[in-house]
Every structure is written in structure tokens, then in C-alpha cells.
Ligand binder design. Structure first.
Ligand code: SF4
Ligand code: SF4
Length: 105
């Protein structure tokens, strides 16, 4: 049985060209989420030990943990999905997901 992505790239009929159908963003990392993400991670920079676990486990590899403790941990919010993996793996519980619900303000 073909996977969805395989089916999507199969030529149809007698057409010899290959067309790519399917989701708009076929690469998970490439989808910018800044305008529709529902929640975002917020870091307690004081409690953070700069262990690097959040950066290691973030599925998008968008967290930067500087070795210098005077510099903040940062996230590329253009691509963050608000999945919460970083929150779950932080041994110091210093990451929280905060709502980004817009409208009605
Ligand atoms: S919420 Fe998910 S995508 Fe966003 S920084 Fe944390 S692990 Fe990465
Ligand atoms: S997992 Fe927690 S303690 Fe470790 S670098 Fe990330 S925010 Fe800091």
C-alpha cells in the first residue's frame, strides 16, 4: 500500500510529468506558525540551568541555548508549533506554554 506522500507524487493517466499534490507544507519544519499557533513557550531565564535538553528534544530544532548564562534562551517563534515537548523535557520546570489566543481584546 502506498503512503499518502507516494500517492501524491504519482503521475496520473498518460501524463509523463510528475506533479506534487498534497498538503501546502510538505516539510513539517517549513510551516511558519507565527500567525496561527495557539500557545507559545515562555522561559524562566533565572531558573534555567542552560542544560540544553529543550533544544535537544525540540522536534524543530528552533531553541537556542547559549552557554553563557547571562544570555537568554531563545526560540524562533516563526516556526514554533506550541507542541509542548520542551515543557515536558525541562528538568527544572522553567518553561510554560502561554496562550496566544487573539481577538476579543
Ligand atoms: S513548543 Fe514545541 S516546537 Fe515550540 S519550541 Fe517547544 S518543543 Fe519546539
Ligand atoms: S531544558 Fe529547561 S533548564 Fe534546560 S536549557 Fe531548556 S529551559 Fe533551561
Amino acid at each position: 500500500m502506498l503512503k499518502q506522500q507516494d500517492k501524491a507524487s504519482k503521475p496520473s493517466g498518460n501524463c509523463s510529468k510528475k506533479y506534487l499534490y498534497g498538503p501546502v507544507a510538505t516539510v513539517f519544519n517549513s510551516a511558519k506558525t507565527g500567525t496561527w499557533r495557539l500557545s507559545m513557550p515562555v522561559f524562566d531565564q533565572e531558573s534555567c540551568t542552560r542544560c540544553g535538553s529543550c533544544a535537544k528534544f525540540c522536534p524543530l530544532d528552533i531553541i537556542t541555548v547559549p552557554k553563557d548564562k547571562s544570555k537568554p534562551v531563545t526560540v524562533d517563534l516563526d516556526y514554533c508549533k506550541g507542541c509542548g515537548v520542551c515543557v515536558d523535557v525541562c528538568p527544572k520546570n522553567c518553561i510554560k506554554l502561554e496562550s496566544e489566543q487573539r481577538g476579543g481584546e
